[in-house]
Each structure stands twice: as structure tokens, then as C-alpha cells.
Design a protein around this ligand. Structure first.
Ligand SMILES: [Zn+2]
Ligand SMILES: [Zn+2]
Length: 508
């Protein structure tokens, strides 16, 4: 027997069970009334005495047969398996006809094949070797048994490799929205997924499952919607949240979706948008219609759409997690990457009196000024009391009302805490391997605080960021420095190791 090649069984689509003639009402009273499974219409080309019900993501098809109870050799009872490439499956079955268990029979109802797949979509796929360093454990993805998920990638995944592959078309089942990707940013996290440490392990510290299609800051147009989708229409320009918050854990039910304890992440634990098509649940999708209505043309519209995600990370940190932002505040931002740059523009739009940036890259300091910073400093040119000097200059000695730490560099948070205004706050967004050594007097005496912030969900952040973009007050597209096609992405990842560039956007 030849090994199966070219196709993959995706799961059980339905199971067909025989029932007695006239047994439909009895079947309905059990499956629909008692078990609560929703009945679904039988396609018009099929006999209408069938009863179909949804059972989770699979279906049960009840077919009427004489001798339903006995083992009738002519029975049409069967399980239906979903396959990604039916042509490749057929070739394998044909090649193994003598050994095949079952007699092949043509299907007479072609419209029962919901999606003609086979063609596949191009996707940039991350693969790595599972090699836990110590007692790290992981889990398998319940929806994709091939994918293994590690809570800490840098302890577990070795020799990461990115390749452009052909993957099955995503299917618009249930509440899924299939989006044709028009723009998807390459994030610092993507660079860290690609980079290896001295032992060959992924540098990225967070949760990662492989194989996985990367890409989590994206925009596109809606290609198809599942039957349970309500508020999204085919053809709409949209973007989507990266955090797949569960909605049911204690954090989610406390209004803290960014701190969901059962979250999955687009482009990290399930397939993302460095691809022609991506499928996300409707609850994470946001319309970009405000940009369209504001007369913003392509490709700018989709570049802005792809940058809603990093801008919303800054929005949540600056206004939600730290809370209590007042117009007239002085704001300092360390690290002028996409999140820091968004924080500068958001502080400016929200009525900050002065915004200062600290950033070693000259190109990024220029961007900081373009996004609304009043001054941008090179930390290497500052003395040991550099942050204090900045605070004194900027605020006439009062101190900074709000510092945003978006650099992840060692020693920055301490200096921020030491230069706060009374009631001031440090927002920690940048992540690094260092620890913070802090004199608590800085916070105690000034009634100041530090807040850690992660994520971009909740508080309508995406919608507010999109409206600010439509109003021309969040010109995030200015940070786009490069666009590459999908087949140029792996080379772009190599290039981005030096971190000098602005935002590189993949345009499939
Ligand atoms: Zn990112
Ligand atoms: Zn949750």
C-alpha cells in the first residue's frame, strides 16, 4: 500500500444513522427536543424525509431505512470524513483499489460538497523542533492534532524555520469570517519567532504552537461568512483582534479580556494572516468602513487597518490599564517602535500638553516627531540623570504625568519611576528578560503607581482607534517603511534582525 500523500483528513463532518420508517418524530423528540441539537434544512436535491441536526461542529444525518435495527448489508449508514484535497484522496484510493476496505461509489449530490478546496492558499508557515529544555510541557491543539502548543516558546521550540507553503482553504463554518488578506505587518514578535538564541532556540518567550501560519496585525476584505455570522458582510473591509479571548473565564467575565486565562493567539497558536486567506471568529472582527467613508483610498486604507492592532495595544496601556488620563498631561515614551509611536500620536490626540520620546534609532526619532512628539532624545547622549533632565525641561520640574515604557530595555522603568509627577503613572508595555530594582519611596511619596499592560481587546479600543484614524488624528501609515509580497517575507525577516526599519507590511 502506498503511503497517503497530498491530502489530509480534517475531521468528521457527519455521521449517518438509520432510523425506522416513520421514526422522524421520535428522532426529533430525542435529538432536537431532549438533547437540544438544532435541526438544519436538508438540501433540496436530497429526499426530504431525512432529518439533519447540528452536533457541535459536526452533524448527525438520520436516514430512513427498512431493517434499521438489524445489520442490513445494504444500509447507507456511514461516517463522513472531511478532506482538504479530494482529488489527491481519489488518486490514492484508485491506486489502492484492491486493498481498499470499501467499494467506492460516486456521490450523486455534488452540492453536498460545501467547499471545493483543493486549490489551497499560500501561507507563510512556521515549523520548529519540539525539544523542551527542562520539564517544560505543552498541549496538542484540539482542532488540529498536528499542532503542539508550548506555553514558553524559548524553552521548547528549537530550529525555527519559515517557509511559503500551500495550505487548505479555510472554511467559513459556524461564526467564522474568511478574510482575503490585503495587508499584514511583520511585528517584532515575528522577528523573535524567526531569531534563534545561542542554543538554536526561538527567541520569542510567549505561547506558540507549530506548525502555524504567522501574522497577527492585518486587514483585508471579507470573502465568506459562516451561517452564524450576524454583523459582518461579504466585501466589507475589516481588521481583527489577535487575542482570541474565551469570554468565559474569570478574567473575561471580569471585563479583562486581555488577561484571559484560556486565550488563543492569531498567528501564534492558530493560523494567522501571512497568507492569502485567514479565518477568524466574527466576535474579533472590526469594520474599516469609517476609513472608507472618510475617503481614504487603497493601499493606505489597508495599511492603516493592519496597524489598528499595535495602535490598540498603546490605547489600552495609555488610557485603560493605567486609567485616568487628563488633557494637559505631560507624556514621555521610551521606545519608538510601532507601539511607542502609536502612544505618541494617541497622547497628542488626547490633549497632552507635551510629549517627549526617548529612542536610540535616529530614523525612529524622526518618526516620533512626525507622529506628534515635541522632542525626541537619544538615550546614549543623555547623562546618568538623563530622564530627570528630560522631566525637568519638559515639565518645569513638576515631573512626567505619564511614562510609557515601550522599549523593553533594562533600567528604563526605574528611571521613569524616579521622575514622575505627583499622582503620575508608569505604563509597562515593553517586555524583556530583566528585573526591576525600585526604590518604593518614588511611588509612595508621590502617590504614583506602575501598571503592567498587555493586549488590545476590550473598551472598544479597535473601534476608537479606527475612528481616530478616519479623523486623521492617528496617522499610523507614516511608519510604513517597506512593503513586500508574500514570497518576499522570509527574506524580509532576515533583514529585520537589525530593527532599524519602520513597519514592513506584507501585501499578499
Ligand atoms: Zn505584534
Ligand atoms: Zn477568557
Amino acid at each position: 500500500m502506498t503511503r497517503p500523500t497530498g491530502f489530509r483528513i480534517l475531521g468528521v463532518q457527519h455521521v449517518s444513522l438509520p432510523i425506522e420508517p416513520g421514526g422522524q418524530d421520535l428522532a426529533r423528540s430525542f435529538y432536537v427536543d431532549l438533547l437540544g441539537l438544532p435541526e438544519k434544512p436538508v438540501p433540496p436535491t436530497l429526499p426530504q424525509h431525512l432529518v439533519w441536526v447540528d452536533a457541535g461542529s459536526q452533524e448527525l444525518h438520520l436516514l430512513v431505512e427498512d431493517d434499521a435495527v438489524d445489520l442490513n448489508p445494504r444500509s447507507r449508514r456511514h461516517p463522513c470524513l472531511e478532506v482538504d484535497d479530494v482529488t489527491a484522496l481519489r488518486a490514492t484510493l484508485d491506486a489502492n483499489r484492491p486493498a481498499a476496505l470499501l467499494r467506492a461509489r460516486p456521490v450523486r449530490q455534488p452540492d453536498r460538497v460545501r467547499h471545493v478546496r483543493g486549490r489551497g492558499v499560500r501561507a507563510v508557515v512556521l515549523r520548529a523542533e519540539w525539544a523542551p529544555r527542562d520539564d517544560e510541557s505543552g498541549r496538542f491543539d484540539s482542532r488540529d492534532p498536528e499542532r503542539r502548543i508550548a506555553p514558553r516558546a524559548n524553552r521548547t521550540w528549537r530550529d525555527p524555520v519559515f517557509t511559503l507553503e500551500t495550505r487548505p482553504d479555510p472554511a467559513p463554518s459556524h461564526d467564522l469570517v474568511v478574510i482575503r488578506v490585503r495587508a499584514c505587518g511583520i511585528c517584532g514578535s515575528d522577528v523573535h519567532l524567526h531569531e534563534r538564541d545561542a542554543d538554536g532556540y526561538m527567541v520569542y518567550p510567549g505561547m506558540v504552537g507549530t506548525p502555524v501560519t504567522t501574522g497577527h496585525e492585518f486587514s483585508g476584505t471579507v470573502e465568506a461568512i459562516g451561517p452564524d455570522v450576524v454583523d459582518v458582510a461579504i466585501g466589507d473591509p475589516v481588521c481583527a483582534e489577535e487575542i482570541a479571548w474565551c469570554g468565559e473565564c474569570l478574567a473575561c467575565r471580569s471585563g479583562l479580556p486581555n488577561n484571559c486565562t484560556r486565550l488563543e493567539e492569531l498567528g501564534f497558536t492558530f493560523d494567522g494572516a501571512h497568507a492569502d486567506l485567514v479565518a477568524v471568529r466574527a466576535r474579533y472582527v472590526w469594520s474599516l468602513r469609517p476609513l472608507l467613508d472618510a475617503g481614504i483610498a487603497q493601499p493606505r486604507l489597508f495599511h492603516l487597518g493592519a496597524l489598528v492592532e499595535p495602535a490598540s495595544v498603546a490605547f489600552i496601556g495609555l488610557f485603560v490599564t493605567a486609567g485616568g488620563f487628563l488633557p494637559g498631561s505631560t507624556v514621555g515614551v521610551a521606545g519608538a517602535g510601532p507601539i511607542g509611536l502609536a502612544a505618541i500620536a494617541l497622547a497628542h490626540a488626547a490633549g497632552a500638553s507635551r510629549v517627549v520620546a526617548v529612542e536610540p534609532s535616529a530614523a525612529r526619532r524622526q518618526l516620533a516627531l512626525a507622529m506628534g512628539a515635541d522632542a525626541a532624545h537619544d538615550p546614549r547622549e543623555l547623562g546618568p540623570d538623563g530622564f530627570a533632565d528630560i522631566a525637568r525641561e519638559t515639565t518645569r520640574g513638576r515631573g512626567i504625568d505619564r511614562w510609557v515604557e515601550a522599549s523593553g530595555a533594562r533600567g528604563v522603568a526605574e528611571r521613569m519611576a524616579a521622575t514622575l509627577a505627583p499622582g503620575g503613572r508608569v505604563v509597562l508595555i515593553g517586555r524583556g528578560p530583566h528585573t526591576i530594582e525600585l526604590d518604593p519611596e518614588h511611588l509612595i511619596v508621590r502617590g504614583a503607581s506602575m501598571a503592567g499592560s498587555i493586549g488590545h481587546s476590550g473598551s472598544g479600543a479597535f473601534g476608537r482607534v479606527i475612528e481616530l484614524m478616519a479623523a486623521g488624528r492617528l496617522p499610523m501609515d507614516r511608519i510604513v517603511s517597506d512593503t513586500v509580497p508574500l514570497d518576499g517575507m522570509v527574506a524580509a525577516l532576515e533583514r529585520l534582525r537589525d530593527r532599524e526599519a519602520g513597519k514592513t507590511i506584507v501585501e499578499p
